[in-house]
Ligand binder design. Sequence first.
Ligand code: COA
Length: 167
Amino acid sequence: MSQSVAIYPGSFDPLTNGHGDIITRAASLFKTLVVAVAHNPNKKTIFTPEERVALIQEEFGSKFENVEVVSHSGLLVDFARERKARVVVRGLRAVSDYDYETQLALMNRRLAPEIETLFLAAREDCSYISSSVVKQIATFGGDVSAIVPPAVKRALDEKYRLGLIKG
Ligand code: COA
């Protein structure tokens, strides 16, 4: 595995310590880990794809030489093929993630049988974190510093200050 490329896709709106846990562990398993920020115009996000990429880059760009952060639109499997990646990494926090994640993994396998999905069990202390929970707390001016990296906290504080996060 140390010779290969893996993709870790997601919306990352915003990056949380839960995503950070998966990035850190996956980066140690693969020669290159491409964190792929999905640009889905149908999903309402508070951060633009460029902002989401920049926040992940700020947190991980200098920590790991083998982590690349990019945004992509279109089918994940097409992007994986373009990057010659054989593995898609996803985190599993609880049983409740299982149905959705297996649906994605099976559909991706149907579209591209050569690409495998690898699930990493979320670290225990990250298993309750989600981007929605982070946004909900930030919406009401709550402190999210224990569950997101400092750069994300600053960015959320700024959105809150500008009135750009609404409950
Ligand atoms: N730590 C923290 N949060 C986690 C987590 C972890 N380890 N694992 C999952 N989550 C949370 C996210 O915070 C997010 O929370 P939210 O719903 O509150 O925002 C939620 O799980 C969804 O996770 P995310 O990884 O962002 O998935 P997504 O459903 O937004 O996007 C894609 C999934 C991008 C992989 C998928 O839509 C995709 O591949 N899109 C491209 C188009 C395509 O190929 N479609 C066909 C696929 S079958």
